[in-house]
Structures are given as C-alpha cells and as structure tokens.
Design a protein around this ligand. Structure first.
Ligand code: HEM
Ligand SMILES: [Cu+2]
Length: 596
C-alpha cells in the first residue's frame, strides 16, 4: 500500500500497455504502407483477423481504436499521472503517504482490471471495439452497426467505467494529499512545479471524468435498454428502426469532448511539470517565472473546460457558437506560450547538463511548440472545416500529445529512476534512445501535415482505392519505416529499464544535486519515507546557482539564515521567521560595514 510501490506498479503496467499499443500501431502502419501485399506471417499470428495474410478491414479499425484508447487513457493518463503523482506528491510535499493509502491501492487494481478487460476484447468473436477512441454513436450505440460495435464495444465501455473509477480514486487522493498533508513550511508557493501540475491535473480529472461516465451510462442504456439519447431516425433496409426517436449523436459529442478536451491537458500537464523540474535541475538555474508558470497552469485548467466545441466545428453548430469556441480556444494559446517562453528562458545561459532526462525534457518542449502551433490553425473554425478528420489533425495531436507527453514521461522516468529503484539508468543507452525516438517522431508525424493539407482523411483502410490519394503511398511507406525505427528504439529503452532495475549502478542519495524533498529521503525504501521527523521546508525549490551561495544548489530544507547572502526577497513573503532572520542579518551586515 506504500505510495512508492503503487507508483512502480503504475509505471510497469503503463510501460507494458505502451508496448502493446505500439505493436498495434505497427500492424496498421504496415497495412497503410503495403495495402496490396499479403504477409503470411500475419495470418499465422492473427488468425481470423488477417485472412490470407492481409489485415481484415474491420480489424484495422479495431486496431486504430484500441491503439488510441490505450495510449490516451492507459498510458498517458494512468501511466503518467499514476506513476508520478504517486511517487512525487508525498515525497515532494513531505508526507508519509497518500491521504488514503487504501483507496490509492484500489485505484491501481481498478486500473489493472480495466486494462485486462480492454485487452480481453481481442478474444471475443468479432474483435475489439472499432468506433475510434472517441466512440461516437451510432457506431457505439447500435450493437449491429459493425462487428466492433457488438461485444467488443460492451467490453470497451465496461473497461472505461473501471478506468474512470480508478482515475477518480487516484485524483481525489492526490488533491486531498496536496491540500492537507504538506509538511511544516511547505506553503503552496513553495511547492515544486511537478506537484502543482499533478495537483491541477487531478482537479481536472475529478471534474471532467464524471461527465464521461454519465455519457457512457446513457450509451449503455441506448445499447441495451432501447432508450434513444443518442439515436434518432435510424433506417435499416429502408425502414425506420423503432424506438430510436428524438435523440442526437451530437449530444454524445458534447458529453465526450467536455471530458475529451480537458483530457488532453490531463495528459500534457504532468509532462509540463516534470519537464519544468528536470530543466531547472539540469540547467542549474531557477525556473524562470515560477509564479507565471503556476498561474498559466491554473489558466489552462480553467480554460480547458470552455473550449470543447472546437472538436465539433463541423457538426453544423451555430456560427456564433463556433466563434465563441474559437476565441476561447485561441486564448489557451496564451498560457501555453507563457510556459514555452519560460522554459526557453530557463535554458538560456544555463550551465546545462545533458543527462538523458534533460534531453527528453527539452524534446518535450520542442514537440509542444511544433504541435501547438498547428493548434492555432485548427482552432480557427474556418480552417478547421477543411482540416477536420484529415491527417493534419493526426499530425497535430501526435506531436503535441503523443510525442510531447511521452517525452515528458520519459524525462520523468530517467530522472526519478534512482528514486524508484535505487540505481541509475545507463546514460549511453539513454542517448541512443533519445536521438532515435526524437528523429523518428518527427519523421513519422511531420509528413502527415502535408497529407492532411491535401485532404487525405484519417482512419481509412487503403488510400490506394482513391485515385487522388495514390500518390501518398510512398510517403506512407516512408512513415511506416520511420515508425518501425522508433519502435525499435523503445526496445533499447526497455532493455535499459529492466537491466538497470537489477544491475544498474547504485545511486547516491541525491544524484542530480537537486533541491526538492524527495532527495532528502534515504535511498532504501520503507513505509513513511523519512526516519524520524519529516523535514521542514524553508525555501522554494529552485535555489540553483544563487550568487553568493557556496554550492550551486540549496535544498529546500536549508534554513534561510544560513545562506542569508543569497536569499531572495521572495523568500520572506509571509514568512515571519525568515523576515526576522533577514533583519538580524542586515543589521549585522551594516555593523560590519561600519567597522570597515
Ligand atoms: C494552443 C493549443 C491548442 C489548440 C488551439 C488546439 C486545437 C485543436 C483543435 C481545434 C482540434 C480539433 C481538430 C479537428 O478535429 O478538426 C484539436 C484536436 C486535438 N488536439 Fe489540440 N489544440 C491545442 C493543444 C493541444 C494539446 C496540448 C493537446 C494534448 C496534450 C492536444 C490534443 C489534441 C487531440 C488529441 C486532438 C484530436 C482529437 C481527435 O479528434 O481524436 N491539443 N486541437
Ligand atoms: Cu480540444
């Protein structure tokens, strides 16, 4: 039940799910690259899903669906937040465990159950759900709509109910731990940005996920009990199917995206927090604009609830409403730009150590910029009408969500691996992993922008069926090979990860010379984190390279008075002891000068 153990469970499960989802994507990429070729091996491996060595077209859609679902929810939501919120929140705020360790443990077991149910849908007769990760009706609401609308979809829905229960239990725990269990001196403005990010992510999740549960429950009613929340005037073989009357698939889209858009920030905010921390530690500089970083996270949290309509510009919404969503969407670019600017300013003239973690953190910023810029195009309703459901959107979200968030997660794994396993990962393999993945991701996703601009739609089985799209075949083949290269690079990571757990170099207590509390806890793990009293916090977490200080880092536990020569005015706000010490110090200083 110890939070550090639960963090590792989330991490290992998340990595396993990521590899499964990656293999699925390689399968459907092979189909896109070689639409007319038969691979007998495929039939051997997949049986009825690849008759004659070619992927079945319905199964192709299932692969796309399950790939997206696993990556978004199981890897980047549970794997990312579950790992780092569990590991870091108690350790960085100075608590012995989560507010409710028991509920925390349940949250992991619900996640594992959800994962097993989702994967078990590969075993049912007609294959897994195939309505896309957004499961729009009618494909999700009419069990007979297509093979993947049947049992596979039922399992998808059950799995998501477990998943959401898990997220809520986790989220409530993270919120209450941050609010109630901080150690002495750890006021909100002394929390590391990782804790801020994980905290606000949890708030987002707790407010948004219940809406998806509601949507899913109504969907189950439509499927099983003949209600028609989402269905209307369904015609089969020329005659209308009763009793579906008066519902609207658009209602589902509203409910889905009311979660769905915050969800993309649930995915990216932990990666932002991790990168901020890693970049400050490894450029040996205070994070630039700490307060602005926090306020922009809060801004994103609030704004992300009022932009969901930008996923629905083409549903025929009133142009006035489209305009409203367009404006709120583009306003989100402001806090995003603030963060980007602050990261770059943190790097600026830093004394940079290029650890693997640092490379991944910088990579995260790179992907966030290149993927975020296309968001500005998509956010314009008039442009989005052309780009919607094309490969342009696929390129956008894979850069900003797929790549940036994964890179943030990997930065966290390399950086906190010593904290989790008491050993260091191999840096050389880390570099190899970084460069191959970084280059690979751009090779895969950059060309997709041009396909999208040319109108190539997403989720199609074989583009060669269309005369105008045939010319993209060579690009598709190129992308597939780039994807295979990136996938192989992940094997380097896996080897490094498993090897280092058992045989990696033993770590010292604070291998990166960082200031935050987790590095004051002993390397050996035990329940309760610290022997004796929990350390008291005196300063913010980013006192790196302070002019006048002896070392280039001053841990949060160092009392202010010991390093008075380098205390910032910021350190005294609302801190009477600090202020007192400061006054004493200035008067001695004055006395000294007078003696001189
Ligand atoms: C400046 C910030 C951003 C803007 C203005 C923006 C805008 C948009 C718009 C308008 C769409 C809908 C396109 C369409 O379906 O036609 C979209 C799709 C998407 N965006 Fe963003 N975005 C931004 C940042 C992000 C971030 C930070 C993430 C993830 C971490 C993200 C993930 C996604 C995803 C997953 C989709 C596709 C959903 C789907 O249809 O499957 N976006 N974005
Ligand atoms: Cu959105």
């Amino acid at each position: 039940m110890d939070h550090k153990m639960i963090a590792k469970q989330f991490l290992v499960t998340g990595i396993t799910m990521a590899f499964i989802a990656m293999i699925l994507s390689i399968l459907f990429r092979i189909q896109l690259a070689y639409p007319d070729k038969a691979f007998p091996l495929m039939e051997t491996l997949l049986g009825r899903f690849a008759p004659g060595g070619r992927l079945d077209s319905n199964f192709y859609l299932s692969l796309v669906t399950i790939h997206g679902t696993i990556m978004v929810f199981f890897v980047l939501t549970a794997g990312l937040s579950g790992t780092f919120a569990n590991l870091l929140i108690p350790l960085q705020v100075g608590a012995r465990d989560m507010a409710s360790p028991f509920m925390n443990m349940l949250s992991y077991w619900f996640f594992l159950t959800a994962s097993v149910i989702m994967l078990s849908s590969f075993l049912v007769q007609k294959g897994p759900a195939s309505g896309g990760w957004t499961i729009y009706p009618p494909l999700s609401a009419l069990p007979k709509a297509m093979p993947g609308s049947g049992m596979g979809m039922t399992l998808w829905l059950i799995s998501m109910v477990f998943f959401i229960a898990s997220s809520l239990m986790g989220g409530i725990n993270y919120v209450s731990t941050v609010l109630n269990m901080r150690t002495k001196g750890m006021d909100l403005w002394k929390m590391p940005l990782t804790v801020w990010a994980l905290f606000l992510t949890a708030v987002l999740g707790v407010l948004a996920f219940p809406v998806l549960v509601a949507g899913v429950v109504l969907l189950i009613f439509d499927r099983s009990f003949g209600t028609s929340f989402y269905l209307s005037e369904i015609v089969l073989n020329g005659s209308q199917v009763q009793p579906y009357e008066g519902g609207s698939p658009i209602l589902f889209q509203h409910l889905f995206w009311f979660l769905g858009h915050p969800e993309v920030y649930i995915v990216i905010m932990p990666a932002m927090g991790i990168s901020s921390e890693v970049m400050s530690v490894n450029s040996r500089k205070p994070i630039f604009g700490y307060h602005a970083m926090v306020y922009s996270l809060i801004g994103i949290t609030v704004l992300s609830f009022i932009v969901w309509g930008h996923h629905m510009f083409v549903t025929g919404m009133n142009p006035f409403l489209g305009g409203v969503f367009m404006i709120t969407t583009l306003i989100i670019a402001v806090p995003s730009a603030v963060k980007t600017f602050n990261w770059l300013a943190t790097l600026w003239r830093g004394n940079i150590r290029f650890t693997s973690a640092m490379l991944f953190a910088i990579g995260m910023v790179s992907f966030f910029i290149s993927g975020g810029l296309t968001g500005i195009f998509l956010g314009n309703a008039a442009l989005d009408i052309n780009l919607h459901d094309t490969y342009f959107v696929v390129a956008h979200f894979h850069l900003v969500m797929g790549s940036a968030a994964i890179f943030g997660m990997l930065a966290g794994v390399y950086h906190w691996f010593p904290k989790m396993y008491g050993r260091l990962m191999n840096e050389k393999l880390g570099y190899l992993h970084f460069w191959l993945t970084f280059i690979g991701a751009y090779l895969v996703f950059f060309p997709m922008h041009f396909m999208g601009l040319d109108g190539v739609p997403r989720r199609y089985y074989a583009f060669t069926e269309f005369e105008s799209m045939k010319r993209w075949l060579s690009v598709n083949t190129f992308i597939t090979w780039a994807a295979i290269m990136s996938a192989l690079a992940q094997v380097a990571f896996l080897i490094n990860f498993v090897y280092s757990i058992f045989w990696g170099k033993k770590t010292t207590q604070n291998p990166w010379q960082a200031n935050t509390l987790e590095w004051t806890a002993p390397v050996e793990h035990f329940h309760g984190n610290w022997v004796g009293e929990i350390p008291t916090v005196y300063r913010w977490p980013y006192d790196y390279s302070k002019p006048g200080a002896e070392d280039d880092y001053i841990p949060q536990t160092v009392p202010l008075s010991q390093t008075m020569s380098s205390n910032l005015p910021h350190d005294f706000e609302d801190n009477p002891t600090g202020l007192e010490a400061h006054n004493k110090w200035t008067s001695t200083q004055k006395a000294n000068e007078e003696v001189k």
